[in-house]
Design a protein around this ligand. Structure first.
Ligand code: CP
Ligand code: NVA
Length: 302
């Protein structure tokens, strides 16, 4: 299948291709794209974890592009009873034109993509959440303009799937990324080292140092899906990593606040910040729809 393209991580595309995707997403948001490139096509959406935004935006987005989306919970399909990923990949490829998957192990998504003969899109793994960070980049462009390479982004909190995807984005686009993570909760080492080859990346334990002069301050939950048993330990480890007004005051005067949602007010972010004038979290959530439509059109469209 020589022409098949997957979207498992942001660096699967070149910077030019990513800018094109963002441009298409903005045009879609403005209502300037009326084509139906998914007419007669079906997207299978496998979910092994909960979802509000990813599920609804992919389903609505596929419909708006003329296609049909199938919601496949692992509770209901044979994958959840142990059918191998590689068999699921080959069977689904006989029926559908693309597969979106949200799961735990990133290696499962890689295996799915290796065995599927249709495009595979990563809808979140324990390692990465690329569609979300693409929506975040689109939201940054809405505030600061198209060019991303001059931006300064501060990540406060867990070195999780979102932090790793921010590192990938910094590497591809060449913007400055400062991550403030508690000791023991740093991002993936390989992804971090790779990002440093193409971007200014700082890893610190001090949220103030990360936020200083930033254009964007962003964070995420302290315990991600699958880490529920660690929640209490993490609450202690992350106590100094809350985004509040004092931290936002260290950022640039026109800085924006982003959060992929769902948020835990009073933990990683105060109510004042998420409801405050710098917050763009609902534009960010909306932008999932537009950027994913651009990705679907690019990978699955005629
Ligand atoms: N941000 C995000 O991916 O949200 P869901 O878990 O609701 O899909
Ligand atoms: N880091 C979070 C993101 C949720 C969209 C998680 O994996 O649960």
């Amino acid at each position: 299948m020589p022409d098949k393209r997957d979207f498992l991580e942001i660096p699967d595309f070149s910077a030019d291709e990513l800018y094109d995707l963002l441009d298409l997403a903005h045009r879609m948001k403005r209502g300037e794209f009326r084509a139906r490139p998914l007419a007669g096509k079906t997207l299978a959406m496998i979910f092994e974890k909960s979802s509000t935004r990813t599920r609804v935006s992919f389903e609505v987005g596929t419909f708006q592009l003329g296609g049909h989306a199938l919601f496949l919970s692992s509770r209901d399909i044979q994958l959840g009873r142990g059918e191998p990923i590689r068999d699921t990949a080959r069977v689904l490829s006989r029926y559908v034109d693309g597969i979106m998957i949200r799961t735990f192990a990133h290696a499962d998504v890689v295996e799915l993509a290796n065995f599927a003969t249709v495009p595979v899109i990563n809808g979140l793994t324990d390692l990465l959440h690329p569609c979300q960070v693409m929506a975040d980049l689109m939201t940054i462009q809405e505030s600061f303009g198209t060019a991303l390479d001059g931006r300064k982004v501060a990540w406060i909190g867990d070195g999780n799937n979102m932090a790793n995807s921010w590192l990938n984005a910094a590497w591809r686009f060449g913007f400055e990324l400062r991550l403030a993570c508690p000791p023991g909760y740093e991002p993936d080492r390989q992804i971090f080292d790779r990002a440093r080859t193409g971007a200014t990346v700082l890893l610190t334990h001090d949220p103030a140092e990360a936020a200083d002069g930033a254009d964007v301050v962003t964070t995420d939950v302290w315990a991600s899906m699958g880490q529920e048993a660690e929640a209490e330990t993490r609450r202690h480890a992350f106590a100094g990593y809350r985004v509040d007004q004092d931290l936002m005051a260290r950022a640039a005067s026109d800085a924006i606040f982003l959060h992929c949602l769902p948020a835990h007010r009073g933990e990683e972010v105060t109510d004042e910040v998420i409801e405050g004038r710098a917050s763009r979290v609902f534009d960010e959530a909306e932008n999932r729809l537009h950027i994913q439509k651009a990705i679907l059109a690019r990978l699955m469209g005629d």
